[in-house]
Design a protein around this ligand. Structure first.
Ligand SMILES: [Zn+2]
Length: 111
């Protein structure tokens, strides 16, 4: 059986920042798999003293958003932050000049 890469995973690189709609967390990608990414989440370990440990987690492609690319076209150049939602989505210079109400026409993957 051939393993097909999830369309959202194809554009994700190690080191990209992703947001999980499921956990409402941000994390940096440690490894990329065909339908999921591995991230490390800071969690409190010991009680005395309180200790932060990094716990690896697998996040499904369906649950995440890549914040390291333009949210509309997937480009990686000349990105700036879009501040409307509280989630630090990035937008490239080209998509920034498209009025927000027309954004759906330049979306190419899941928007
Ligand atoms: Zn763009």
């Amino acid at each position: 059986m051939k393993i097909r890469t999830h369309p959202r995973i194809g554009a994700i690189c190690v080191g990209d920042e992703v947001y999980s709609y499921r956990y409402h967390l941000f994390a940096r990608v440690e490894a990329v798999f065909p339908a999921a990414v591995c991230v490390k989440i800071a969690a409190i370990g010991g009680v005395h003293p309180l200790e932060l440990t990094l716990i690896p987690q697998l996040w499904r492609a369906d649950d995440i958003e890549n914040l390291s690319v333009c949210r509309y076209c997937g480009g990686r150049s000349d990105l700036s932050l879009e501040r409307e939602t509280g989630i630090p989505f990035r937008v490239c210079a080209h998509c920034r000049i498209v009025p927000p109400q027309e954004h759906r026409y330049v979306q190419w993957r899941w928007w």
